[in-house]
Write a protein that binds this ligand. Structure first.
Ligand code: SAH
Length: 226
């Protein structure tokens, strides 16, 4: 919603809630201290609707505007760890949603470009990232399946919506040696999270874990959803 106050200090987790979340992340194999630190420093409560604020530090996906969801923190952790962004990386995120994943990436990479097909979500995400002084992220409303040709190639690409197959144009925009992480599979079903490393001989695929994401849909969303 336009004009919603974004106060990172409001609704900060207590020590116990934070410890519970870190425990859940470790149980899922998220042990990279940089990733854990980025999650700890990112106030998830400002990325969720006010009504869900007291659940913001639980390891659950929560509804956001336009019928979409903010991912479960442990899945964000697994995806970020698998993507292995370094401070030199230029990263593309497709499916910016609330902006939470983009905020985590912004703390670990040099530059983040995030695309969201729902313009109201893109606007809100940009406002939150600005409120957190994360000036190395740019959010646009657009169709992320087309990538961001003007900024390609990317060192890392993360897709946070599910497609039947990795989008060809995104693979093309990944630098050789680059890494892409995304859920693949039928969108009304459980999908597999996969990690692709683009080698000189072609893409190498590894399966990470079963996940459930909203579908990757073509085109800009026309009317603002609710
Ligand atoms: N990463 C998000 C989770 C978003 S859920 C977060 O941290 O909150 C997936 C998002 O992908 C939704 O907001 C959906 O609108 C968006 N999406 C789906 N298809 C898309 C496309 N082709 N281009 C850009 N965004 C897309």
């Amino acid at each position: 919603m336009a004009g919603r106050a974004v106060d990172p200090a409001e609704g900060a987790p207590d020590r116990e809630a934070l410890m519970r979340l870190i425990f859940a992340l470790r149980q899922r194999g998220v042990t990279d201290p940089r990733v854990l630190d980025a999650i700890e420093k990112t106030p998830r409560q400002i990325f969720v609707d006010r009504a869900f604020r007291d659940r913001a530090w639980e390891d659950v996906a929560l509804p956001i505007a336009c019928g979409q969801t903010i991912s479960q923190p442990s899945v964000v952790g697994v995806m970020t760890q698998a993507l292995a962004p370094t401070p030199r990386c230029k990263v593309l995120e497709v499916g910016c949603g609330s902006g939470y994943q983009a905020a985590i990436l912004a703390r670990l990479a040099r530059r983040v470009y995030a695309v969201e097909r729902h313009p109201p979500l893109a606007r809100e995400a940009a406002a939150r990232l600005k409120a957190l002084d994360l000036t190395n992220v740019t959010v646009i409303a657009g169709d992320g399946t087309l990538g961001w040709p003007e900024q390609a190639p990317f060192d890392r690409i993360m897709v946070t919506a599910a497609a039947e197959d990795p989008p060809r144009l995104l693979l093309d925009q990944l630098r050789e040696g680059g890494i892409m992480v995304l859920p693949v599979g039928a969108t009304d079903d459980v999908q597999q999270l996969i990690k692709i490393v683009k080698t000189a001989h072609g893409p190498d695929y590894a399966e990470l874990l079963p996940v459930r994401f909203v579908p990757l849909l073509p085109g800009l969303a026309e009317a603002p959803g609710r």
